[in-house]
Design a protein around this ligand. Structure first.
Ligand SMILES: [Zn+2]
Length: 404
């Protein structure tokens, strides 16, 4: 039905197109078509070529996923395809493997006002290798998508404190920054709290940056984590909540309606697991973790890793605090630079909710912290969009609380 021709017209940006043979109308511009291939050596290594080069998305230690249900593996491949195409919304997608659950891809396009893509099977289809089921070496009722930051720490320790069995799954290199630090921190956390830990290692060349990453990231996070959890017998996967109700305000993977639809899809595919988004506060979460530290009698806050500063910058930035507020610097963890939003959040929460480690911090240092934070917000207005109401309210109340 379709023929392929090279356009000679110099007026067009198309270098080639699929034509309808009967009408001779161009159906798809090649600029809007991609061919996604699955590596014959790794059933979770997808890639496509564009003018900018080759774009890979892979789980390199894919043996961790072998033997889990075929429907679950297909679903992960679908969410990986979505993460690869989300930056461009190509009109035509060709794959060399059978792509299940195309409805999920249609919903993604629909969310952004795009027409459903045409998805074709290429001529060189490869046989999917689902691997052999090996005996699970870990058992847990809950599986936590565990980045090693504040929110995933909160979810995991809350489950531990409630006496539940939980497996922490870290997706290494899925986020562009601080990945080896996060990986090390998430392992150290699991060890300290006595819970099992698994890591999926990603190669991520998907070109999802900034808030646009949230078009598809959390669907991929939930599905990859669920797959590891299913092998351990988990019935619930916990991810970051705070889903957005208003469709117009939400990226696809943070939209509440997406998760309602995703839950139905998971049931339809026969996967015996539920995805639950756990809402965490901002500064309040630090207060909760101070309480959980007392309940568990295990370190929590000192193990949290989500500083925005690069490791090579951290000692230099921290030096300012060691000089001007040595009590705060000494009481803070090795992961703390003091000056980025995440580290200021940590200091604010530990001071406000009376972390015993901060008992000896003098009022003069608290005043320095508050004044410096107001100054920092004025100097760097680009951070304002990321500063929560909770942060501002707690910062204001800290002044009253400490009489400064
Ligand atoms: Zn920091």
């Amino acid at each position: 039905m379709y023929v392929f021709e090279i356009w000679s017209s110099s007026q067009s940006f198309c270098h080639g197109a699929f034509y309808n043979k009967r009408t001779q109308n161009a159906l798809y511009c090649l600029a809007h078509m991609i061919s996604i291939e699955l590596s014959p050596k790794n059933p979770f290594h997808l890639f496509f070529a564009s003018r900018e080069g080759r774009h890979n998305l892979a789980v390199t230690n894919f043996e961790e996923l072998a033997g889990s249900s075929e429907a679950a593996q297909d679903l992960l491949r679908t969410t990986m395809v979505m993460h690869l195409i989300a930056p461009d919304f190509p009109h035509v997608i060709e794959t060399n493997f059978e792509l299940a659950d195309k409805s999920l891809i249609d919903r993604l396009y629909h969310h952004y006002g795009q027409k459903n893509p045409r998805i074709f099977a290429s001529r060189n289809q490869i046989d999917l290798d689902y691997g052999r089921e090996d005996k699970p070496n870990v058992h847990a009722d809950y599986v936590n998508a565990h980045s090693g930051g504040l929110d995933s720490t909160y979810r995991a320790t809350k489950l531990v404190a409630a006496g539940k069995s939980v497996l922490a799954v870290h997706l290494k290199n899925l986020n562009p920054k601080g990945t080896s630090l996060e990986s090390r921190a998430s392992k150290a956390q699991a060890e300290a709290w006595g819970i099992p830990h698994k890591e999926l290692q990603f190669i991520n060349g998907s070109r999802n940056y900034g808030s646009n990453m949230m078009r598809t990231r959390d669907l991929l996070v939930a599905t990859a984590t669920a797959l590891v959890g299913l092998k351990a017998g988990a019935k619930e996967v916990q991810i970051e909540g705070d889903f957005v109700r208003d469709k117009a305000e939400a990226q696809f993977s943070e939209y509440e309606g997406t998760w309602d639809m995703f839950s139905i899809l998971i049931k339809k595919l026969g996967l015996n697991i539920e995805v639950k988004g756990i809402d965490a506060g901002d500064i309040e979460t630090i207060g909760e973790l101070i309480k959980l530290e007392k309940v568990l009698d295990k370190p929590i806050l000192d193990l949290v890793q989500n500083c925005f500063s690069a490791p090579f910058q951290l000692p230099g930035i921290r030096r300012k605090w060691e000089k001007a507020a040595p009590g705060i610097a000494t009481a803070s963890s090795e992961h703390w630079c003091g000056s980025c939003l995440k580290c200021r959040r940590m200091t604010l929460g530990r001071l406000y909710y009376h972390d015993p480690k901060f008992d000896r911090v003098p009022t003069s240092e608290v005043k320095f912290f508050v004044d410096d934070t107001y100054r920092w917000m004025k100097l760097y207005p680009e951070w304002r969009g990321m500063i929560s109401d909770s942060f501002m309210i707690h910062l204001g109340n800290l002044t009253d609380q400490w009489g400064i």
